[in-house]
Design a protein around this ligand. Structure first.
Ligand code: PEP
Ligand code: MN
Length: 350
């Protein structure tokens, strides 16, 4: 941390900065210039000190962090990439992983037919919503625990590992035994009690970016999960709120590259919630693969016209199949081929 004193700061004011730093076990290097003093505060754990504790002292002009404010998610903490395992799928490894499924689970037949189709055309993880965090309390809220149970049934029927969103720590016990990974949605990215509880569960987790969160805040949220000792964390870019209204959210495609430079965690892209319209999903999905994302999370529904949530952005089976063809070709060009669908797993027929 660098503390810049004001021009004309007194010796007592400089001494107060030095004393405060030492009281927290830090070393101080003073750089005494012709008209101002700059103090470098050094220590292995300056990340846990707030900049405010120096900024409030008299005579201080500014305080700047040298280290990034996220610690465990950073490359500085772990130089190599982290690979996250959801059942047999490895995210962050040599293959591009596609996760797909309905926004909301609506019935056994709907989930099973979707699972069989997405598996047949190359998806290796099934994602289905059981608890839906809807903007309005009057919108369909999901089938809840009954849907979680259906995920378990369909996993056994198809062999696909399953992911579903958790909206409260109180649901953990009921969900962990039925799903292979938990999703934390955009509206809960800064629900710190939920992050810590999911981290402690030991389950792999997909952490969506908050719709108004900076990449730094997103990585700090990931630190809450990682701080529990659970390193099975996947970041998911799903679009942010901007002034643009022609898409539901603005897909920040650059964040894929920003995260790759800053963090060892895998990053996937959800083109569905960013696009908000089925016709735009392929454009964003292709961009994500070209940008170097480790995977995709795509909403697919057997009958989008009658879907109980997010029908407009859901792909039909045939649209998803066509997109998978395009993604497969692009992934090969990117030398990141699609993850193979395990042959020994459950029945594939549809
Ligand atoms: C979802 O995945 O269906 C969902 C609600 O996503 P988000 O949290 O990104 O809005
Ligand atoms: Mn949705």
């Amino acid at each position: 941390m660098i503390v810049e004193m004001r021009r004309g700061a007194t010796q007592e004011q400089v001494d107060a900065v030095v004393e405060r730093a030492r009281s927290y076990g830090c070393e101080v290097q003073l750089n005494i210039g012709t008209d101002k003093v700059v103090a470098a505060i050094l220590g292995s754990d300056t990340g846990s000190l707030s900049t405010d504790m120096f900024a409030v002292l008299p005579g201080v002009q500014s305080v700047t962090r040298v280290m990034v404010p996220y610690k465990l998610a950073s490359h500085e903490f772990k130089p190599g990439p982290t690979v996250v395992h959801i059942g047999g799928a490895a995210i962050g490894g040599p293959h591009l992983v596609v996760m797909a499924g309905p926004c909301s689970i609506e019935s056994h037949e709907q989930l099973l037919s979707t699972a069989r189709h997405v598996r047949r055309v190359g998806a290796t993880v099934l994602r289905g919503g059981a608890f839906k965090p809807r903007t309005s309390p009057f919108s369909f809220q999901g089938m809840g625990l009954e849907a979680v149970r259906l995920l378990d049934v369909v996993r056994q029927e198809t062999g696909l590992p399953v992911v579903s969103e958790i909206t409260s720590p109180s649901l953990l016990d009921a969900m962990v035994e039925h799903v292979d990974a938990l999703q934390i949605g955009t509206r809960n990215m800064q629900n710190y009690a939920l992050l810590s509880a999911v981290g402690q569960s030991g389950k792999p987790c997909i952490l969506k970016r908050g719709l108004a969160a900076t990449v730094t805040e997103w990585l700090q949220a990931a630190d809450y999960l990682l701080a529990t000792g659970n390193d099975q964390v996947i970041l998911c870019e799903r679009g942010i709120r901007t002034f643009e209204t022609s898409t539901r959210f603005t897909l920040d495609i650059a964040s894929v590259g920003v995260v790759k430079r800053a963090s060892h965690l895998p990053v996937i892209v959800d083109p569905s919630h960013a696009a908000g319209h089925y016709a735009l999903v392929p454009t964003l999905a292709r961009a994500a693969v070209a940008a170097g994302a480790d995977g995709l999370l795509i909403e697919v529904h057997p009958d989008p016209v009658n879907a109980l949530s997010d029908g407009l952005q859901s792909l039909t089976f045939s649209d998803f199949e066509r997109l998978m063809g395009e993604i497969g070709a692009l992934a090969a060009v990117m030398q990141r081929p699609l993850a193979p669908v395990a042959v020994e797993e459950g029945p594939a027929g549809d």
